[in-house]
Design a protein around this ligand. Structure first.
Ligand code: HGY
Ligand code: MN
Ligand code: MN
Length: 417
């Protein structure tokens, strides 16, 4: 195998091209599931895969697969991948590094004369971000059988439109959602390249991270119904203000994280909507979406119970009705030790120091780890910033990650001259 040539210039152009496909003006990237921007981005990536000589297919929820068949196409593939959907006001690297980087890794391997002994497959997962339906990793959950197709089909977005309706409108309705779930032994391994979305690699000046564990995410949805009225005429003791109940609940979430006894507990009320939203009208309704995580399941679950108890107490005291729904309460994932050592060996081959670490963000790897041995390769991002337009990883940092991914895939897919 000739030495690996990662074409950094080509990659940077692709990042710029993909970042320009957004529902928001540059430098903001926003690509919500099945939005016009999401669909255009899918087309762009599919075209890159075809130009790289990969065999492309899509499933019933829009997960996209791009396969390099190799010398034994019938064997379980080595897989890699990530996502290209982006939350509102996002940056250009979250998820995208693992998709464009995988295409470049496969191109570089092929151009070096490598021919895999088993298939290598890129997966571009549908809706890793929770924006449209409140739950993240929609595509990888369905692939792993971690979400029932029937329940998923009924998910409704903020406009009351269902996943079933939207997927058909997006052109993925030819098959039922029941066909998404992977057959057993579909993959021999899964390795995801991603920006760290945290500060440790940059602070410790280490170019590569390998993930040993992915934290346990959960999402709660709270609907509050109080009593609205005229802001001038309704005296304070008569009020059942839904916003203020929601505000107390948001502060309770913060307190539950701060007092959990673990520095790894994080809680965020990332969505907070009220009605009617008129300055001179007492808010009668409020919706909150709460993101709550820890690396330890027991710590997270104990804190969740405290939050749920507080919601009931706050609403009782304020005379506000509430509905509380657990959208997802996931277990953490432990990455495969042999796979981790393969990544470490690839870093050694490249002379790159590597740090073993936890991922505090969740990823599709959280669910692929239920399907096959999985791990992640991290690269630094400036200041640890992510989910913001100023998210940034340098061409050099990306090139390092792609090279580690390429050598890891080559080691896993079995090389041949
Ligand atoms: O929220 C997360 O951890 C991921 O970036 N979707
Ligand atoms: Mn993200
Ligand atoms: Mn991501």
């Amino acid at each position: 195998m000739k030495s690996l040539a990662i074409d950094s210039g080509r990659l940077q152009h692709q990042f710029a091209d993909l970042a320009s496909i957004s529902s928001a003006p540059a430098p903001v990237v926003t690509r919500i599931l099945f939005s016009e921007a999401d669909l255009r981005a899918r087309q762009y990536v599919k075209q890159l895969c075809l130009e790289a000589g990969l065999v492309v297919r899509e499933d019933a929820v829009g997960n996209t697969f791009a396969r390099w068949p190799g010398r034994n196409p019938q064997r379980p593939a080595v897989s890699t991948g990530s996502h290209i959907d982006a939350i509102p006001n996002a940056g250009r690297y979250d998820g995208v590094v693992g998709v464009l980087g995988a295409i470049e890794a496969m191109r570089a391997l092929r151009e070096s004369g490598f021919e895999p002994a088993r298939p290598i497959e890129l997966i571009v997962f549908t809706a890793e971000e929770p924006t449209r339906f409140g739950i993240g990793c929609l595509g990888s959950r369905l692939l792993a059988g971690a979400l029932s197709p029937e329940k998923a089909a009924s998910f409704k977005d903020g406009d009351g439109r269902s996943l079933e309706e939207l997927r058909r409108e997006a052109g993925f309705g030819a098959q039922a959602l029941q066909t998404v779930r992977l057959a057993a032994n579909s993959y021999a391994a899964f390795v995801e390249l991603h920006i760290e979305q945290g500060p440790l690699l940059e602070q410790e000046n280490v170019p590569v991270g390998v993930v040993e564990k992915i934290a346990a995410p959960s999402t709660l949805r709270v609907r509050l119904t109080g009593v609205g009225g005229h802001a001038g005429a309704m005296l304070m003791p008569e009020r059942h203000d839904a916003l203020l109940a929601g505000a107390e609940i948001a502060l309770t979430v913060e307190q539950a994280a701060l007092t959990s006894g673990s520095p790894d507990t994080v809680g965020t009320t990332g969505v907070f909507r009220i009605e009617p939203g008129a300055v001179n009208s007492v808010p009668c309704r409020a919706w909150l979406e709460i993101d709550f995580r820890d690396t330890q399941l027991s710590t997270r679950d104990a804190a969740l119970r405290r939050i749920e108890d507080s919601v009931a107490q706050i609403c009782k005291r304020r005379g506000v009705n509430f509905e509380l729904e657990r959208l997802n309460v996931d277990a953490p994932a432990t990455c495969d030790s042999a796979l981790i050592e393969t990544v470490v060996a690839a870093c050694g081959q490249l002379g790159l120091p590597v740090k073993r670490m936890i991922s505090r963000a969740y990823h599709d790897s959280l669910f692929m780890a239920q399907v096959c041995p999985a791990t992640m390769i991290f690269i630094p991002c400036r200041g640890g910033v992510s989910h913001r337009p100023d998210e940034y990883s340098s061409p050099e940092q990306i090139k390092n990650g792609v090279a580690v991914l390429a050598l890891t895939l080559a080691r896993l897919a079995g090389s041949s001259r």
